[in-house]
Design a protein around this ligand. Structure first.
Ligand code: FE2
Length: 425
């Protein structure tokens, strides 16, 4: 027996020890011990071997733009949106592409190999759509990039958002987005959910809306989103991102809403790093945290995956492409501190988010794409505690990063051989 590559002696997230045999871009064997020759052996003895990290909510058109043309002084979501509006006319295809590719270098070095990025379609040039479609093709051997047509300035509120959303989908954008809480009225928000869900249903596409990203407990667009998922037969195809208003909702209303979401198989994508920063900005004390009801969702069987949302952009001034940072913040804010909860948090930045993105060949199983990460930790809880360094990242059967932490060596065609996470502008 022979393999192109064997990852030897690692500990899988469930705790068992295994050798993983890889041929071409596929996992072809997972056994306690493989007695075989291999073109290359990665020694993972004593280390956690996990499927790649997955970020189901990101903005790659805005990333690494921190400080351009100025910083967000108030730190609020609304100033962030206004600031992005100032930056948008200044964007060029090449600048968006270069920043996105630099971010993909960071992601690869962190073992973050699947990303769903929203792309703003409220720009008649659709320059960011074109640039990110190009980036998607370029990084495909390493990173699964999924694009969401996102009408940042409102599907109805922006005069050309509707036609641009359709144009972006025609160009090959994968998922239908929306932002109902930013429309002019609650009623327009409700209608935007209906129309966008109908567009997705006609095209057989998934839906992922920025939904109720506010502290207003009366922002209830998630109810309509769940209703439309049910009405249009889109179970398992729909996600609500952020859902921060649920933090502040009346408990009785939430007790009706949660089973409605479960019935419609609507997933939730909270973004704990950004929302602990953005929410509660109008509060004095007590100050609300603004994270949606994660443990309660899990108790109803609602799928939850955590997103990073922003790295060094008009909304968030930090970030390193490390999904363990995201899970670590979620652990604290949602108070998910039991061993079972902590293991689940690791799944929520790997397998659960992959399920939300409906990645067909993801995971540590025979026949799946041979993408994985070897971590400087013994198990998922230790990985969270240490926000463990990556020792080796394999994408589609090839070692793309080796080393540890900031000293990762990259092997990406046409890209620099080391990753530099400092930010200069
Ligand atoms: Fe977002």
């Amino acid at each position: 027996m022979s393999f192109d590559l064997i990852v030897k002696g690692g500990t899988l997230p469930g705790g068992s020890k295994a050798d993983i045999g890889i041929d071409g871009d596929r996992i072809t064997a997972i056994e306690p011990k493989l007695e075989a020759v291999a073109g290359k052996v990665v020694d993972a003895a004593g280390h956690l071997v996990a499927p790649p990290f997955v970020d189901p909510h990101f903005h790659m058109d805005a990333t690494l733009s921190y400080g351009m043309p100025r910083i967000n002084a108030s730190g609020t979501l609304l100033e962030g949106i206004a600031l992005w509006g100032e930056l948008k006319p200044l964007l060029t295809h090449e600048a968006v592409r270069e920043r996105a590719l630099s971010y993909c270098d960071w992601a690869a070095s962190m073992g973050l190999l699947a990303i769903r990025t929203h792309v703003d379609v409220c720009d008649d040039r659709l320059l960011a759509v074109e640039a990110l479609l190009e980036v998607k093709r370029e990084v495909a051997p390493v990173i699964d990039l999924q694009l969401v047509a996102f009408p940042q300035d409102g599907f109805y509120r922006d005069p050309t958002a509707k036609q641009n959303t359709i144009r972006a989908l025609d160009m090959g954008v994968d998922v239908v987005g929306g932002i109902p809480h930013f429309e002019r009225t609650m009623e327009e928000g409700r209608r935007s959910v209906i129309e966008l869900c109908e567009i997705a249903a006609e095209r057989g596409l998934m839906i992922d809306m920025h939904c109720d990203e506010t502290d207003d407990p009366m922002s209830r667009h998630i109810e309509q989103l769940a209703y439309e998922a049910h009405r249009l037969g889109l179970q398992g195809m729909v996600a609500g991102s952020h859902l921060t208003s649920m933090h502040s909702m009346d408990n009785y209303y939430a007790s009706k809403l949660l089973p409605l979401m479960a019935e419609a198989e609507v997933a939730a994508i909270p973004n704990p790093l950004i929302n602990i920063v953005l929410q509660g900005r109008h509060d004095t004390y007590p100050k609300r945290r603004g994270l949606t009801r994660v443990p309660e969702m899990l108790s109803y069987g609602i799928r939850v995956g955590f997103g990073q949302d922003c790295v060094l952009d008009p909304w968030y001034s930090l970030g390193t492409a490390d999904m363990l940072d995201v899970a670590f913040m979620a652990l604290h804010v949602a108070q998910m501190t039991s061993p079972a909860d902590m293991r689940r948090l690791f799944d929520m930045v790997t397998t659960e988010s992959a399920a939300i993105m409906r990645l067909p060949d993801y995971g540590l199983k025979v026949g799946a794409k041979a993408s994985l990460v070897v971590l400087d930790a013994g198990d998922p809880i230790e990985a969270l505690r240490l926000r463990a360094a990556r020792r080796c990242v394999i994408a589609s059967g090839k070692v793309v990063a080796e080393g540890s932490g900031g000293a990762m060596r990259l092997s990406l065609p046409g890209r620099p051989q080391t990753v530099d996470r400092r930010h200069r502008h």
